[in-house]
Design a protein around this ligand. Structure first.
Ligand SMILES: [Zn+2]
Length: 255
């Protein structure tokens, strides 16, 4: 919780809904190395799968599982939300920076329809100009892709430029504020396409949550304990303007 004011008998804090509340007891958060950020929540369910499963719920299930695995490996982790409630993007960024974590990982599942593919369409977005973020994104991509790719019988969905990459708006800034704003070394993971019929059904199984949490935890541990790079960052950034952005045409070299 974000502390707004210290009073004689406790604290005034700002709850996840943005309301000020008075609390008399609190346990301060210390020595958190990893912030896991389950995307969406509350009034914002995110993508929706073929079984009706919301992205917000799935993101939270995966994040909780990853946090458990990290704790087993003695890496302290905290979630930006621990239930189905709304958290603004700025509040999530603030939390990560406020506890001075080493790593901030946003967990998402993709929605837009992309082409059918025989390979998983895992995407991990890195912050421009931050080598640590590129390395974190590369490790997350390498570990998660490898595990998903080994599963048989799934019709995957993917964009041609899936991988570890940067997504910038037409002004050249990182398009997603969750990637652009954190001071903490960060990456945003879009594991697979929840909104696609075949893989969406698979993502709704209990088995999936257990399966994908392992490589995410391993990528984070590898980032913290080695200099490994993982999947190299795709050289050319994807151009995307999330909301109300100007539509621009790609520059085409005429032969
Ligand atoms: Zn999402």
């Amino acid at each position: 919780m974000r502390v707004s004011e210290i009073t004689n008998d406790g604290w005034l804090i700002i709850d996840p809904c943005g309301d000020v509340r008075r609390v008399s007891t609190a346990a301060p958060v210390r020595d958190i190395r990893v912030i896991l950020d389950p995307g969406h929540g509350g009034k914002d369910p995110g993508a929706r799968g073929p079984t009706g499963l919301s992205e917000s719920r799935l993101n939270l299930q995966v994040a909780l599982e990853v946090a458990g695995l990290l704790e087993q490996r003695e890496i302290s982790a905290m979630l930006t939300r621990a239930g189905d409630y709304y958290m603004s993007l700025d509040e999530r960024v603030f939390l990560g920076d406020a506890v001075n974590a080493d790593v901030f990982v946003s967990i998402h599942h993709n929605a837009p329809t992309a082409a059918k593919s025989n390979k998983p369409g895992t995407e991990v977005f890195a912050q421009t100009g931050d080598d640590g973020s590129a390395r974190l994104a590369g490790l997350l991509h390498q570990e998660v892709f490898e595990v998903l790719d080994a599963i048989e019988g799934i019709q995957w969905t993917s964009r041609w430029d899936a991988g570890a990459l940067r997504v910038v708006n037409s002004a050249g800034d990182d398009a997603y504020s969750l990637v652009r704003k954190p001071q903490t070394t960060n990456a945003l993971l879009e594991v697979a396409y929840l909104a696609s019929p075949s893989e969406g059904k698979f993502l709704a199984t209990e088995n999936y949550v257990q399966l994908v949490a392992q490589p995410i935890a391993t990528a984070i541990e590898t980032f913290l304990t080695t200099d490994d790079l993982g999947t190299p960052l795709i050289e050319r950034a994807r151009v995307h303007n999330p909301t109300g952005g100007r539509r621009t045409c790609p520059t085409v070299e005429l032969e």
